[in-house]
Design a protein around this ligand. Structure first.
Ligand SMILES: [Zn+2]
Ligand SMILES: [Zn+2]
Length: 150
């Protein structure tokens, strides 16, 4: 198999390939749209952009593409704002840790494990089997705070 590519869309195709999955043209285009957005993008906005390019698009096909991308860890679902962001390190599946600005809507994903096993410890004490952990931190980003500084 070819070396891990530098381009993020090619990386997504590579990751799918390595898992025996296919980044179909529609999945690829949906990924490109999510990747190009500089903030979490809603499914309806993805639909609108596709419709502008291709005419009528059946919503379920777009939802299925988004589900596929989320399932492969290429895209994270941002529950608190009902949107999607491209993962910044999709080769290794993980739960997303996002800092989301309430003023401009931008989001930043951080790779370092911030929870340091505390949730896992509590889960073990409760004998609770974790399926996923959501960490979405809301606030205002540096640029927005600078813009409104006195
Ligand atoms: Zn990620
Ligand atoms: Zn901001």
């Amino acid at each position: 198999m070819a070396a891990f590519p530098a381009d993020r869309v090619e990386q997504a195709a590579w990751i799918c390939n390595a898992r025996g999955q296919t980044l179909t043209p529609l999945r690829r285009r949906v990924f490109e749209i999510v990747l190009a957005a500089d903030r979490p993008i809603g499914a309806y906005d993805v639909l609108d952009m596709l419709a502008a390019e291709r005419g009528r698009v059946a919503p379920p096909t777009v939802y299925r593409s988004l589900d596929f991308l989320v399932g492969q860890g290429l895209v994270h679902k941002v529950l608190s704002v009902n949107g999607f962001v491209a993962c910044s390190a999709a080769a290794r599946p993980h739960d997303a840790q996002l800092f989301i600005c309430g003023s401009c809507g931008s989001s930043v994903e951080v790779a370092r494990q911030l929870r340091a096993g505390l949730i896992e410890e509590e889960a073990e004490a409760l004998d609770f089997a974790i399926e996923s952990v959501v960490l979405e931190v809301h606030g205002r980003c540096h640029a927005c705070r600078l813009a409104t500084a006195p």
